[in-house]
Design a protein. Sequence first.
Length: 303
Amino acid sequence: MIKDIQQQILKLKEENDICILAHCYQSPEILEVADFTGDSFALSVKASQVENKTVIMCGVRFMAETVKILSPNKKVILANPSAGCPMAEMMDKEVISLVKEQYPDYTVVAYINTTSELKTICDVCVTSSSALEICKKIDNDNILFIPDCNLGDWISKQLPEKNFKLLNGGCPTHAKMSERDVLKAKELHPNALFLVHPECTPDVVALADYVGSTTGIMDYAKQSDAKEFIIGTENSIVTHLQMSCPDKMFYPLSKDCICHNMKATTLVDVLNCCKGDFGEEIILDDHVYTEAKRCIDEMIRLG
């Protein structure tokens, strides 16, 4: 049944000039029909480089918005309209505008996991893999980092010469993982390296053998000579690594590390998007497009 649906998708996307993007937290059956898989910003860049007139994003809303910003002339579809991001939605333009008034001499750095509207009042975007390099290059020692205080904390510890202001925001999925979970996992798997995403809390990150983006974690595990790994990010990465490296052992840090928004998109959703019967087209007004793109362009310039 899955194979039949996948064949229909492959046929329809060719007939309808569609490029399918799938974030690596998506299920294997969706990754198998995607043209590109990976982290959110890298997918947006890939989409801007193809000739397809329609792009389907199998991920969450802010990712589809970023695709639209980089490919304004393409039709961009969010595969499941209910797939949001709690971190991206926890801070809005009005709140951060008030915070900026309190810290007028701070450069506002926005994690890519923010809405396009919020990006319009920020100075520069960062991804989890580029954040350290970009914050280091910013010609200002005062940085207001939003919305993820955990990623911001990790960066600030590596840049003690800079003054970071962090707000209380972050990823609820990664925040579920605790130091207790790490100690228990290490006790069960004493020979395993612990690989963690910087969206986890500082006490968890402090125990890691490697800290990096989702793609960074996957690349590290594939290239390492080690044979066992505890994975401190969304549990779908454990599945993907098990399939990519069957000669190695991968263990989830917590069975509860599941992003329900990422899991909202199904293979049938993708099929119906290819038919034109489902999904939501992303439309941005000119002001949001122009100002959010300025924020992203500054990230590209610095990083």
